[in-house]
Write a protein that binds this ligand. Structure first.
Ligand SMILES: [Zn+2]
Length: 84
């Protein structure tokens, strides 16, 4: 699922991420809040409580197929001055 924000140039942000549990390797598609990081995630398969790895801002960045929206913004060039 992709949602456009503020015009066409923002359309690359994805608000779904497939979280892969490092404990049981179960995968589940989760919706991400557009402007908040999620720092706790309970695996629906094995019940383990996941927390972000050191250096990551949220569980989506650590375990998801997509990083959280704020990170996607940065990588997409949303913050032009941080271009690599
Ligand atoms: Zn699990």
């Amino acid at each position: 699922m992709k949602i456009a924000i503020g015009g066409l140039e923002r359309q690359m942000i994805t608000y779904e991420s497939v979280i892969r549990c490092p404990n049981c390797h179960g995968e589940r598609r989760e919706a991400m809040p557009p402007d908040a990081c999620r720092v706790l995630y309970t695996c629906t398969y094995c019940g383990v409580c996941l927390q972000p790895k050191p250096g990551d801002c949220c569980v989506f960045c650590s375990y998801g197929s997509q990083p959280c929206p704020p990170i996607q913004w940065e990588r997409a060039g949303g913050a032009q001055e941080h271009r690599e």
